[in-house]
Design a protein around this ligand. Structure first.
Ligand SMILES: C[S@@+](CC[C@H](N)C(=O)[O-])C[C@H]1O[C@@H](n2cnc3c(N)ncnc32)[C@H](O)[C@@H]1O
Length: 277
């Protein structure tokens, strides 16, 4: 399907003024603050960079800068961290992600997709099993332009074979969508990275349709002296923004309104599924 027609079906709104955006040939414009989200057709991608908060969001800026370096070798380093520091099984995480995709119906917002190296494996398998899903929407969202540049190459072409897929640069703390747009919101490996996770969950809840579900994974505080020391360094550098315990994650989801919370330990990480009633 033509890219512009796909985009017509999405309910974009200004993340600051909360009013619908007006589409023109090359951008979406807010009539309130006059900011524009650029449509980059050659990729295709929509860039909400102009809507991101500036100086006031110091932690986010630190995180985005850290991911600009991390993006150079993200795949192997992230895998090493998961296995050696957080003692998680990549297989278990992939199966959880895969099952969430199999359970999903309708449109998906996949957030903090990073360079898409993990997601590409999962969506590739999904495509082979589910040829009938081609009319569904999937939005791959991240805030880091460097991570997204890599996702454009390795992740986007894979997903596009199974779903109508768009990459979006935007902030998960201020989603550029109207309420109740998606049947599923995913965030694998993102909640520990994004500063102010309570804002993120509020946004995920708002973007979900009633009966829809959240699925994802999160790193907890690792065990042992070395793990704790390394996690401390990652917090200092900004690749990690939150130090969660099991109880913190549970409270965060319940206080954001989610129900039917399923938390499964995978080493010192948590695999999560939760419903919007
Ligand atoms: C640990 S990586 C996870 C990547 C991928 N999902 C994976 O599991 O390999 C965390 C990602 O969160 C993104 N991120 C950080 N803050 C964000 C925000 N406010 N909105 C959207 N993405 C954000 C980072 O740019 C980074 O790509």
């Amino acid at each position: 399907m033509d890219f512009m027609k796909q985009v017509d079906n999405l309910n974009f709104q200004c993340p600051n003024c909360m009013i619908p955006l007006k589409k023109n040939d090359s951008s979406f414009v807010c009539r309130g603050c006059l900011k524009e989200a650029q449509i980059i057709r050659s990729v295709p991608r929509i860039d909400f960079g102009a809507f991101l908060m500036s100086e006031s969001d110091f932690d986010q800026e630190k995180n985005t800068l850290a991911y600009s370096f991390y993006s150079i070798l993200y795949g192997p380093l992230a895998l090493l961290n998961l296995i050696a520091v957080w003692r998680g099984s990549i297989g278990k995480q992939l199966v959880h992600y895969q099952n969430s995709l199999e359970l999903s119906k309708g449109d998906i917002l996949d957030t903090a997709i990073g360079d898409g190296s993990l997601s590409a494996l999962v969506y590739n398998k999904f495509r082979k099993k589910n040829e009938e899903n081609k009319n569904r929407f999937c939005i791959g969202l991240d805030i880091s332009p460097d991570m997204l540049r890599k996702a454009e190459v390795q992740f986007a072409p894979v997903v596009r074979k199974s779903l109508r897929f768009l990459l979006l640069r935007a902030d998960a703390k201020a989603l550029p969508f109207s309420d109740r747009c998606f049947n599923q919101v995913f965030c694998y490996g993102g909640l520990h990275s994004i500063p102010a996770p309570e804002k993120v969950l509020k946004e995920f809840f708002r973007a979900l349709r009633p009966g829809g579900f959240f699925a994802g994974s999160v790193l907890l505080t690792p065990r042992g002296w070395l793990g704790k020391k390394l996690a401390g360094k990652y917090l200092e550098w900004g690749t990690l923004s939150n130090d969660f315990s099991f109880g913190d994650v549970e409270k965060l989801f319940i206080s954001s309104g989610f129900t039917d919370l399923l938390l499964e330990k995978n080493g010192e990480t948590l695999l999560i599924r939760a419903k919007k009633p």
